[in-house]
Design a protein around this ligand. Structure first.
Ligand SMILES: Cc1ncc(COP(=O)(O)O)c(C=O)c1O
Length: 464
């Protein structure tokens, strides 16, 4: 009897020896091959959980525009609906209805004249939304050209060189010539004059960005549209505007209600926004809305019936998660207009406070101050020669802060800056912690007796 129980104790001792104290987990698994056998789910969870600790801390990530915080209730809904496929509209009719309600809400928020028949869809993000909006522009242009008996083989799209990379992708994937207007010192956005210079009868549209990825500034949508109105009334081509409101589509309606950038401007035919940026949802949701149903050519819409019922779809993906769309609607009803306004105002206040403090440190100058998107870009003054913005970025990383340093696009590639994106959750306390660390990093770099050698591992560009 005594012998028997000591055997069990020995066995128990052996069993707790392997990693994570789970029986049978004595051996590692191949990293790049499918393991021949499975493992205890708790061990699989632990392995991944621990490896992911090496990712940056989302709250200190000042590089991303994408949401890193949601309510616990939203987390719960997200987990509960993670098995829903957005495309299965017959199987999940309520998810489909919720998507429709979100489209109506955004269509009204952006002042569509026809929001009763709101036309739009959720997407995986602004990138897919941009592809769909761009395709609609191309189709409508081609229909107009063919109806007039004119050639339709050389479409072009006009935008600022500061566009996000997705527009470059759109042009390459769909065979459209990109026409980029230059930026210059003191003007980091597209303006009406530069846009007009590039337009001709083959221009499918002009893209204006509400909230440039580079510095958070708004492009002058109304002025660009007015210049295109003049072009059309003087006998030139009639060119629609698409607004890339990836970030600003969820900022301007709440903080700048008098700014006319949306469907109040008659020339604006479509708008995209990222639900997962200032729409305050975890990654994977975007939106595209057309001014009226006529702005979306019918032959771009597919009707699928094998899941039961008739299901119109205009999307690049077929299957895609529904949880983010549900989380978007959760935010709409949980926060309401006033809740969104308060959060976005808090972000703008924190961005402007932080940018002013950065400017007051001495070596830095602001290229934008957070008064449009809650985002600011700053660079080193010309007399700083012992270190670069890349050194500041690397030094801040030692304290966990992720602040990207990058050079501006063509014409200003010799200008490099650091960008801070303020999101929900970056309040005054976080701002002060960040500023303390930036002051300490700057003091260290300022005290260097000589120029830092270049870091061979550093790449001086940042992919937008
Ligand atoms: C202006 C702009 N357009 C489009 C995109 C692409 O958006 P998403 O990441 O939602 O695909 C971004 C992303 O930063 C952006 O800033």
């Amino acid at each position: 009897m005594a012998l028997h129980s000591s055997d069990i104790r020995d066995l128990e001792r052996l069993a707790i020896a392997p990693t994570y104290a789970r029986p049978g987990m004595r051996q590692g698994i191949p990293k790049h091959e499918l393991p021949p056998e499975g493992m205890d789910p708790r061990v699989a969870y632990r392995l991944l959980h621990d490896e992911l600790m090496l990712d940056g801390n989302a709250r200190q990530n000042l590089a991303t525009f994408v949401t890193t915080y949601m309510d616990e209730e939203a987390d719960r809904l997200f987990a509960e609906s993670s098995d829903k496929n957005m495309i299965d509209k017959d199987e999940y009719p309520q998810t489909a209805a919720i998507e429709g309600r979100c489209v109506s809400i955004l269509s009204a928020l952006w002042h569509s004249p026809d929001h009763e028949t709101a036309t739009g869809t959720s997407t995986t993000g602004s990138s897919e939304a941009v592809m769909l909006a761009g395709l609609a522009l191309k189709w409508r242009w081609r229909q107009r050209r063919e109806a007039a008996g004119l050639s339709a083989d050389r479409p072009n799209l006009v935008m600022g060189i500061n566009v996000q990379v997705v527009w470059e992708k759109f042009c390459r994937y769909w065979d459209v010539e990109p026409r980029y207007a230059p930026i210059e010192e003191g003007r980091l956005q597209l303006n009406a004059e530069e846009a007009l210079k590039l337009c001709d009868e083959n221009t499918i549209g002009v893209v204006a960005i509400l909230g440039s990825t580079f510095d958070g500034s708004y492009e002058p949508v109304k002025e660009i549209a007015a210049a295109l109105d003049d072009l059309a009334t003087s006998g030139g081509p009639d060119i629609p505007v698409h607004v890339d409101g990836a970030s600003g589509g969820f900022i301007a309606p709440f903080l700048d209600p008098d700014l006319e950038w949306d469907f109040r401007v008659p020339r604006v035919h479509s708008i995209n926004a990222s639900g997962h940026k200032y729409g305050l949802v975890y990654p994977g949701v975007g939106w595209v809305i057309w001014r009226t149903p006529e702005d979306l050519p019918e032959d771009l819409v597919f009707h699928v019936n094998y899941l039961g019922g008739d299901m119109p779809t205009f999307a690049l993906n077929f299957s895609r998660p529904g949880a983010q769309v549900i989380a978007q609607y959760y935010n709409f009803i949980r926060l309401g207009f006033e809740g969104y306004r308060e959060i976005q105002q808090a972000c703008r206040d924190a961005a402007m406070y932080t940018s002013q403090q950065v400017a007051a440190m001495g070596p830095y100058e602001l290229l934008s101050d957070g008064s449009q998107l809650p985002v600011f870009l700053f660079r080193l003054k010309p007399d700083v020669s012992n270190y670069t913005v890349y050194d500041v970025s690397a030094k801040m990383r030692e304290r966990g802060w992720q602040v990207p340093a990058y050079s501006l696009p063509d014409a200003l590639t010799d200008v490099s800056g650091l960008r801070v994106v303020v999101r929900n959750g970056f309040g005054r306390d976080m701002a002060d912690l960040f500023l303390d660390d930036l002051r300490a990093a700057t003091a260290y770099l300022e005290a260097l007796p000589a120029r830092l050698p270049p870091d061979p591992s550093h790449t001086p560009s940042f992919s937008h």
